[in-house]
Ligand binder design. Structure first.
Ligand code: ADP
Ligand code: MG
Ligand code: ZN
Length: 710
């Protein structure tokens, strides 16, 4: 069906038709989607526009409709040939006159496009940004001014964006000659810094900024610390409930995807999907998942690009994803049908180490690149010859050479010869490496933060206003409904501590959580880890605000956490102080009301499956009689236990020195005593010791178990 024809929409004629009717007639859409109309109106009125909306939200329409309404030719700049071809063919199918110019086309086609453009017979001209580098091209465009300029994937212009393209920089210089047309810049990801950068580099004038649509109301986001060895079992448990399927599970490598899929498939139909499989096999997995023959797909990031399965109920990440951007894309595949869906991100200290490892591998230090750069000559030489002369590890050499090539430090030819490039590669290379580092840091601080997950994501993508609203569904907002992490009520000692914390803050305490811990527990009666978890629980309950901060010392950035009282925290009475703490070792366990075997503490009851809605107050109002569980008793140590305790203390001191932290950060006294009395023989047993969480097991588990085993 073709709702429009060229005669109706000839280039040059502006339309005075009401927007909705134009939308209907030209595109066949019944109505505008959220925010589209306001964006279109701003562009039609001639304002510069910055539009940030998620993928699939319908950004293209926001330049296409104004293009028709304004008449004349709209110039569209797009960084990818595939994107350009896709949009151009869609517009053609609607009956518009469209041309494009990019390197994938023959000269004749490009020449014809230029002629049609200068004739004024085009409604849309798509160009790749690198065209602007071709001498005379920008001047040709300027001979007949466009009536609207759309810049798709505009984040590519910013070095701070995740997909920087140097060619996009040319835009800033070329635009003035093409004015006075309004410019509309479109992107799916732009942090506030990137937004400002886009506006500045394109010299947008008084731009109307529209940043919308990142909040996914039906997604409950859970982030949970799970040691790597336990993630398979956790995933199986989570997905055993049929209501949580269909599901997509993301695994960090091909091997792990295959192994996990095999494990899952003894419970329900599951398959692996990764780039190493042959295309027919991949197609079959994808089709079977769409048809429901497979209920779970375990995939590397290669999965889901083109997939549109509406009823995915759960998305699980069994490791930290590559970036917050990819994380958002991946969890976004859950609940496209609008029904409640859940996403679980499993992570631990070990993921950070893995990321560091890959970072260091993929971004060799500048001196390594420099060594190669200095060995290169103006005349091309065989790659292998250069490497042999340097006596460098083959893999390191290849990666470093790749980076040099990207940033112009060397030139590779098709014969695998390499010549020296320009000397200006260090700055852009360092910028790119730092950018990647920052991306990883952001991901880790997202996982470790104590705030609403959805709000944090919405803010990350640039919607600062909407990012102030809590979602009411995530592990921070609604711990009692979590499926991957079980929660328990604070015990008597924790209740007392919570009151002391409130008292200190009401009394004017200000400073870091570390300082507060020292003030309240000069003798470390509660370990720093336990204290931090209690504070996090108080923040989840709405009594405190925790803010990550950094101070600089001796040229190093040292992270710390600031603590503030909320309005609820100022007024809450001791009787109303309901706090849920992470039940250590309780993730993915079946949820029964009653005591938890491992700790003897009360656990939060199973949530109602259909329980929805946002918490009215910041207090959890679940159907639970508050009944603080007994505190674990101080163990009585035998002489042999005491000897072990001594050994553990010596080890702790060593470890603390190595890490440059106070001893209690490694392990509190009380916890050490518990370990000495229980003598855990395995990591799992160690995890049941009070004061020991997954992070501690990950970091120190093996050492502790070794000492206990004598
Ligand atoms: P984005 O560029 O934001 O990722 P697109 O512009 O490609 O998204 O649009 C995604 C899909 O939504 C397209 O198939 C488009 O036809 C459709 N779409 C856009 N606006 C509307 C609308 N008002 N009504 C129905 N479908 C729409
Ligand atoms: Mg788009
Ligand atoms: Zn939330």
């Amino acid at each position: 069906m073709c709702p429009a024809s060229m005669s109706l929409f000839s280039a040059g004629a502006a339309s005075t038709e009401p927007l909705v009717s134009l939308l209907h007639r030209a595109f066949g859409f019944a109505d505008f989607r959220a925010n589209q109309e306001a964006v279109c109106q701003a562009a039609i009125d001639g304002r510069d526009v910055l539009l940030v909306m998620p993928t699939g939200a319908g950004k293209s329409l926001c330049y296409q409709l104004p293009a028709l309404a304004r008449g004349g030719t709209t110039l569209v700049i797009s960084p990818l040939i595939a994107l350009m071809e896709d949009q151009a063919s869609k517009l053609r199918a609607l009956g518009f006159s469209v041309a494009r110019i990019h390197s994938g086309l023959d000269r004749e086609t490009s020449r014809k496009a230029c002629i049609d453009y200068l004739d004024g017979s085009l409604q849309f001209l798509f160009i790749a940004p690198e065209r602007l580098r071709v001498p005379g091209f920008a001047a040709m465009l300027a001979k007949r001014k466009p009536s609207l300029i759309a810049i798709d994937e505009a984040h590519c212009i910013s070095q701070w964006g995740h997909d920087f393209r140097p060619d996009y920089r040319m835009l800033g210089q070329s635009l003035p000659a093409l004015r006075p047309a309004p410019v509309i810049a479109l992107t799916a990801t732009a942090t506030p810094i990137v937004q400002d950068d886009i506006v500045n580099q394109l010299c947008l004038v008084n731009a109307a900024r529209f940043i919308h649509g990142f909040r996914r109301k039906n997604l409950a986001i859970e982030v949970v610390e799970v040691p790597a060895p336990r993630r398979t079992a956790s995933t199986v448990k989570l997905l055993k409930d049929p209501a949580r399927r269909p599901a997509i599970v993301y695994a960090p490598s091909r091997d792990k995807a295959v192994a996990l899929a095999a494990e899952l498939s003894s419970n329900f139909p599951a398959g692996a999907y990764h780039a190493g499989l042959d295309p027919q096999h991949r197609d079959r997995v994808q089709r079977n998942f769409l048809d429901g023959k497979l209920e779970v797909v375990v995939a590397t990031i290669a999965f889901g690009m083109g997939i549109d399965k509406a009823d995915v109920r759960t998305v699980i990440h069994t490791a930290l994803p590559a970036s917050l951007e990819s994380y958002y894309q991946e969890i976004g595949r859950a609940g496209r049908d609008g029904l409640p869906s859940r996403t679980v991100l499993m992570h631990s200290f070990a993921d950070r180490r893995t990321h560091d490892f890959f970072y260091e591998r993929d971004y060799p230090a500048v001196p390594v690149l420099d060594e190669i750069f200095k060995a290169l000559t103006a005349a091309p030489r065989a790659r292998d010859e250069v490497r042999a002369a340097l006596d460098m590890d083959a893999e390191v050499f290849e990666r470093a050479l790749d980076k040099l090539a990207i940033h112009g430090g060397c030139v590779l030819d098709f014969g695998d010869n390499v010549a020296r490039g320009h000397g200006e590669w260090k700055r852009p290379y360092s910028a790119q490496a730092n950018q990647r580092r920052a991306q990883l840091d952001l991901l880790v601080s997202f996982a470790e933060s104590n705030e609403c997950r959805m709000a944090a994501l919405v803010r990350h993508f640039g919607d600062v206003a909407d990012g102030k609203r809590a979602c009411g569904e995530c592990d921070f907002c609604a711990p009692e409904r979590c499926i991957a992490q079980r929660y328990r009520f604070a015990d008597a000692m924790e209740q007392r501590t919570a009151q002391s914390v409130l008292k200190a803050l009401r009394g004017g305490f200000s400073g870091s959580t570390g300082k507060l811990h020292k003030e309240l527990f000069p003798s470390e009666a509660m370990s720093r880890d336990e204290f931090e978890e209690l504070l996090a629980a108080m923040a989840r309950a709405g009594f405190l605000l925790l803010e990550e901060a950094v101070f600089e010392k001796d040229g190093r950035s040292i992270p710390y956490r600031k603590v503030f009282l909320t309005r609820d925290g100022e007024t809450v009475s001791a009787g109303e102080l309901e706090i849920l703490l992470k039940d250590v070792g309780g993730e993915a366990a079946p949820r029964k009301k009653g005591a938890n075997k491992s700790t003897g503490r009360k656990v939060a009851p199973a949530p109602e499956r259909s329980a929805g809605g946002v918490r009215g107050s910041q207090l959890w109002s679940g159907p639970v009689v508050k009944q603080p569980a007994p505190t674990a008793k101080e163990p009585v140590l035998s002489p042999a236990d005491e000897a072990l305790e001594k050994k553990l203390k010596a080890w702790r001191l060593d470890e603390a020195k190595k890490l440059g932290v106070p001893a209690f950060v490694v392990c509190g006294d009380r916890t050490l005593r518990q370990i000495a009395s229980q003598r855990p023989g395995s990591l799992a047993a160690l995890l049941t010791v009070q004061g020991i969480g997954p992070a501690k097991v990950e970091k120190f588990g093996e050492a502790i178990c070794r000492i206990c085993a004598g």
